[in-house]
Design a protein around this ligand. Structure first.
Ligand code: APR
Length: 234
């Protein structure tokens, strides 16, 4: 029976794929006003601005590739029952081969009906844009299938259920600023080892975290050595 390895990832996981983070210097929230592009109010005020913001990010994602960190996590499925809980809306974990990925904040490659949230459509790389006037089958405007600030996070219960089962918990590339995602660390069982991969220090309430102070690609390599050696020696 493989041990359960649960990995919480954030924007830093995709930084080495060329996708900008949010709160690093030069991050997305320095160039854009969160209220204008990542809230329901912003979308109601100026839908075209918001649609164009996500169209640009979608085109950037289509041109990006998974990095060695994404691939390394997919490789760990050989040794562990791996669940990825990501705050990222990109599909780089899936494209690297991870088979169990939960998107807490939605998926950039999906469009959702504004009138019936159960209507979700996968956008193709050939037609990646959502424009004003693009409607669902019931005639409602389409929007990005992402969770904006102030909106509920429907996947959080499933994420907590999985986190409680973790035998090992790993945090990669998140400043742990945004809840409820950051709160997942509080539901990790006390005796479960926690690893953090981040080039910077990240404040958390747990003091016993093993911090691998590197980027995702190098950090996942080091983590794999630590975890896999632990298995092969036993
Ligand atoms: N490898 C690993 N981590 C990195 C790298 C890298 N190459 N480069 C930067 N980081 C780290 C930063 O040090 C920081 O701790 O990634 C983290 C990025 O933090 P944020 O920009 O705050 O991104 P994130 O934590 O994912 O934001 C959470 O906020 O705006 C919302 O919905 C959005 O999902 C996002 C949420």
């Amino acid at each position: 029976m493989k041990k359960k390895l649960v990995v919480l990832t954030g924007a830093g996981m995709s930084a080495e794929s060329g996708i900008s983070t949010f709160r690093d210097s030069g991050g997305l929230w320095e160039q854009h006003n969160v209220e204008d592009v990542a809230t329901p109010e912003g979308f109601a005020r100026n839908p075209k601005l918001v649609l164009d913001f996500y169209n640009a990010r979608r085109r950037e994602l289509i041109a990006a590739e998974p990095n060695a960190g994404h691939r390394g996590l997919a490789e760990l499925e050989k040794y562990f029952d791996v669940s990825i809980i990501t705050q990222n809306i990109d599909n780089l974990h899936e494209r690297a081969g991870s088979s169990h990925v939960i998107h807490l904040h939605g998926e950039l490659m999906n469009a959702r009906s504004t009138g019936d949230p159960s209507l979700v459509y996968t956008l193709s790389p050939d037609h990646p844009d959502i424009k004003p006037g693009d409607l669902c089958e019931k005639g409602f405007q389409l929007r990005p299938d992402v969770i904006w600030f102030g909106e509920p996070v429907p996947m959080i219960n499933e994420a907590e259920r999985i986190t409680k089962q973790a035998d090992i918990f790993v945090i990669i590339g998140t400043s742990m600023n945004v809840y409820p995602a950051a709160g997942l660390l509080d539901v990790v069982r006390k005796n479960v080892p926690v690893y953090l991969i981040d080039p910077k220090d990240v404040y958390t309430r747990r003091y016993d975290i093993h911090h691998i102070k590197k980027g995702a690609s190098e950090g996942v390599k080091e983590l794999t050595k630590l975890l896999v050696e632990g298995i092969t020696q036993n």
